[in-house]
Design a protein around this ligand. Structure first.
Ligand code: HSE
Length: 446
């Protein structure tokens, strides 16, 4: 067997430990598949661990590991966007290939990191950064390389999906389920990233760049989390034949599309009502799923565990295996044939704009609380029809506290700015007692 490939693992948390375990469990498979010996030479950890093979150097100086002659591939699984960035930039400058699960870092600084990697002829591989164990980066960059991608929709945060599933199926309180997700190693170090949609927005930024060949633009992703979702809305949605899922959407809009006056790309993550029989509506627990609509292939769905040690380690090691093959090839001309970081040639990235929230088009679930007076429903529906908003379904519950009724309205797709104006008018009606609750509804993800 030719020269061994030497790995450094920076960070021995859930994912780092998962990678060590995977290598120990599947070493003979890894060798048979790559034709190379794969060894961990160094690990970066703040405190000495006695469960690590004594032949592996443990070091708390991560910058030193990133430049070590005893390392070919640096696996960064410490997370965060400051130290991790310095380490990755240092590793690249020292000619190391990098594998990372760090979606926050790539979504926010990926343009700079990938440019540096191109300049130094190394790769920064990041399958583990999106949708855990699902090989969605490889699929979109390689298997769909001949297609034009029109849109994608996905459940891309395992913690959020786990929470929504447990709340709906078992009526469990939000906080309890989140604590369990943390214990199971699903949640981010700061779980607000999961429940406020930030983690999903990081992943969506990466997916959208690969789908459309645009630079990373995390700051332009519209982002709403699941903390405002109540059991009441979950149940009303179910009654109307819908399920609330936290989804990310990347949609290419053309100026000739109905209601759309300018071409651009919608990047949005938010709770979404989708029909109960839609495939994505039945992806539960920690599972992630990404539905991609491309031409000429049509719709394809990719599903699997989106978080946790085993799933993430699987994606990390798939990248390592790809790099092992690159490292086996010392011919530079071959090197340049490697798939570009964002799927398109860096000089070919497009400047198609990301649309503002007010320009986005979705259907809506509205919950309006109003006094049970004659004509209130007529006033609400008139405001909607005056704004050109088409009502798809309506549900009025019997009056409860103090003679107020919840009115639930589902609408067909409408430009957000129009819906904003209509909601402002509805909230000004004297019979309307509370802020209107709105949740987007999308029929794309059927
Ligand atoms: N916290 C993330 C999730 C981990 O729950 O999906 C995987 O990226």
């Amino acid at each position: 067997m030719s020269k061994s490939i030497k790995l450094a693992i920076l960070g021995l948390g859930t994912v780092g430990t998962g990678v060590v375990n995977l290598i120990n469990d599947n070493l003979s498979e890894l060798k048979r598949r790559s034709g190379r010996d794969i060894i961990i030479t160094e690990v970066g950890t703040r405190r000495q661990r006695d469960d690590i093979d004594p032949s592996i150097v443990q070091n708390d100086d991560l910058m030193a590991i990133a430049a070590s002659d005893n390392v070919d591939i640096v696996i960064e699984v410490i997370g965060g966007t400051t130290l991790a960035k310095d380490i990755i930039m240092h590793a690249i400058k020292n000619g190391k290939h990098v594998v990372t699960a760090n979606k926050a870092l790539l979504a926010e600084h990926g343009n700079e990191i990938f440019a540096l990697a191109e300049a130094h002829h190394v790769h920064v591989a990041y399958e583990a950064a999106v949708a855990g164990g699902i090989p969605i980066i490889k699929v979109m960059r390689e298997a769909l390389a001949a297609n034009k991608i029109d849109w994608l929709a996905g459940i891309i945060n395992g913690t959020g999906n786990f929470i929504m599933t447990e709340m709906r199926d078992k009526g469990r309180p939000f906080k309890d389920v989140l604590t369990e997700a943390q214990e199971l190693g699903y949640a981010e170090a700061d779980p607000t990233f999961d429940v406020e949609g930030i983690d999903a927005a990081h992943k969506l930024a990466l997916l959208a760049s690969i789908a459309f060949g645009i630079p990373l633009q995390f700051d332009k992703v519209y982002c709403e989390g699941i903390t405002g979702i109540t059991l009441q809305d979950v149940n009303y949605a179910e009654e109307l034949g819908y399920r609330i899922k936290h989804l990310g959407f990347a949609v290419r809009r053309n100026s000739e599309d109905e209601q759309q006056d300018s071409a651009g790309i919608e990047l949005r993550v938010h709770p979404t009502l989708i029909p109960q029989d839609a495939l994505l509506a039945n992806v539960n627990g920690v599972k992630n799923a990404v539905l991609v609509n491309s031409h000429p292939l049509g719709q394809t769905l990719y599903c699997g565990d989106g978080a946790g040690a085993g799933a993430t380690a699987s994606a990390v090691m798939a990248d390592v295996m790809d790099l092992v093959r690159v490292l086996g090839n010392h011919d530079d001309s071959e090197h340049s044939h490697h798939v570009p970081h964002l799927a398109f040639m860096p000089e070919e990235l497009s400047d198609t704009p990301v649309l503002r929230a007010e320009q986005m088009i979705t259907g809506y679930y509205l919950r309006v609380h109003a006094y049970d007076n004659p004509g209130v429903l007529a006033d609400i529906t008139r405001i909607l029809s005056d704004a050109g908003i088409n009502i798809d379904a309506i549900l009025q519950k019997p009056a409860h506290k103090l003679g107020q009724v919840p009115v639930i309205i589902l609408t067909l797709p409408v430009v957000e700015s129009q819906m904003n104006l209509a909601i402002e008018k509805i909230e000004r009606l004297t019979a309307v007692t509370d802020k209107v609750v709105r949740i987007r509804l999308d029929e794309l993800a059927q």
